[in-house]
Ligand binder design. Structure first.
Ligand code: HEM
Length: 161
């Protein structure tokens, strides 16, 4: 078994999945998390246009906001899937004990990310005065996505844990 996979006993192994399955699940998570970070960066750019902070000649504020909403609707289920894979695949306490601060940062950032995501969905649905929270919630989401990414993906891709 790959050393990085075997470092601590992931829950998936207890469900009878082999090292190859775990490696595939890990690869899927790494790709999805990278895609999410890129799309989140694009989301920030779209809302700079949506709020009229940047006025590119070829993209109007209305279209930028609609694109932001459509991408967001796609990003939410992908984020939930990755989070479920994490929660079902690792003994969180063991993982933090073995890999220390980095994993603790990941768990805290990802948990706050899920909370911020729920708050943002509520703010979008309720509208009215809650809409004023959207720029703060959006920026918070971007920072938390970046932290969630930075505390996992580079370490797995570099084989440097
Ligand atoms: C409450 C939610 C979450 C918890 C408790 C959690 C926990 C964990 C733990 C313990 C690990 C193994 C740590 C390591 O050795 O690197 C891990 C890995 C990882 N997590 Fe999460 N995570 C959560 C949500 C997320 C979310 C939302 C994303 C992406 C947006 C994500 C992406 C990843 C990636 C890419 C890895 C490395 C690949 C892997 O280990 O399979 N996680 N997570």
């Amino acid at each position: 078994m790959d050393q990085r996979v075997a470092r601590y006993v992931p829950r998936v192994a207890q469900h009878g999945r082999g090292a190859a399955d775990i490696a595939v699940i890990t690869a899927i998570k790494l790709v999805l998390t990278s895609v999410l970070l890129v799309s989140e960066t694009y989301q920030v750019a779209l809302m700079l246009v949506g709020y009229g902070k940047v006025r590119p000649p070829l993209l109007g504020a209305e279209a930028a906001s609609r694109a932001h909403r459509a991408i967001g609707d796609t990003a939410v289920p992908i984020t939930v899937v990755v989070a479920v894979l994490c929660l079902s695949g690792y003994e969180i306490g063991d993982a933090i004990e073995h890999a220390g601060t980095r994993v603790a940062v990941h768990v805290v950032a990802a948990s706050l990310l899920l909370v911020a995501l729920v708050l943002k969905i509520i703010a979008v649905r309720v509208g009215g005065r809650m809409s004023r929270l959207l720029p703060v919630l959006g920026s918070t989401l971007f920072v938390l996505f970046a932290l969630t990414f930075a505390s996992t993906v580079p370490f797995f891709l570099g084989g440097n844990q």
